[in-house]
Design a protein around this ligand. Structure first.
Ligand code: 13P
Length: 257
């Protein structure tokens, strides 16, 4: 069965005003409106989510909003935090968890990531677990990815994994302007490796249904290679998702593959 492509925009801490956010969002929505076989998910900063998420027409399943993080508690005295229920109440259907920038700047361990994944899945959100190595030190980096997945998914019942997505984002390939992305050949190897790790966790029925995405300096020039040759079902896109024309081109490529 051919699965639809999933293209997720991670805006990170951009743009700097609600006005700009609306403009990028509307441009993206227009580009996504023509698509039939591709799911587009836009993950803006929390503060814009409510305004943007509420402008998505109900029943429009191929264009969705998501968040870039969440906290694992349902409510209470956790200053500055946002719960899964809060995200759902403003229209988010997806949440990114364990992005390497959160791991690096906010000290998120696999244990914290695990709690967040549990909270997101339990609340019925689609959770995008990000994994990726800092560098390709032989003998070390494969273990690193394995730990991120195994510890991130520890103690989660299989039924909840139906809403899990894995995004492979090698840290060294993130945020580059030039030809700095990983290669489709290497990502193919990694996607096979990730599936192997997932097999005992998810079981043979469910494992093939867990989408694996690639992220790291994806642009309109290299997107096709990843979508065609890297064994992935979609892409997680940072800086190019802030330029609706470029993001729209990537969506078109996804749609035609
Ligand atoms: P860039 O596309 O800017 O490399 O960012 C990738 C990323 O971190 C998406 O989550």
């Amino acid at each position: 069965m051919k699965m639809r492509k999933i293209i997720i925009a991670n805006w990170k801490m951009n743009p700097q005003s609600l006005e700009e956010a609306k403009s990028i969002f509307n441009g993206t929505k227009r580009a996504a409106a023509k698509l039939k076989k591709t799911l587009t998910v836009v993950c803006p900063p929390f503060v814009y989510l409510s305004t943007l998420g509420s402008s998505i027409s109900k029943g429009k399943l191929s264009f969705q909003a998501g968040a870039q993080d969440l906290f694992w508690k349902e409510k209470g005295s956790y200053t500055g935090e946002i719960s899964a229920e809060m995200l759902k109440s403003v229209g988010a259907k997806y949440v990114i968890v364990g992005h390497s920038e959160r791991r690096e700047y906010f000290g998120e361990s696999n244990d914290i990531v695990n709690k967040k994944i549990k909270a997101g899945l339990k609340a019925g959100l689609n959770v995008v677990l990000c994994v990726g190595e800092k560098d390709r030190e032989p003998g070390v980096f494969l273990r690193y990815i394995k730990d991120e997945i195994e510890e991130g998914l520890k103690g989660i019942q299989r039924v909840f994994l139906k809403k899990l997505i894995i995004a492979y984002e090698p840290i060294w390939a993130i945020g580059k302007k030039g030809p700095a992305a990983d290669s489709p050949e290497d990502v193919l190897q990694m996607s096979i490796y990730i599936k192997k790790i997932l097999l005992p966790i998810a079981g043979k029925e469910l494992m093939p249904k867990i989408p694996i995405l690639y992220g790291g300096s994806v642009n309109p020039k290299n997107a096709e290679g990843f979508l065609r040759d890297a064994g992935v079902q979609g892409l997680l896109i940072g800086h190019e998702s802030l330029v609706p024309e470029h993001f729209g081109e990537i969506l078109k490529i996804a749609e035609k593959i």
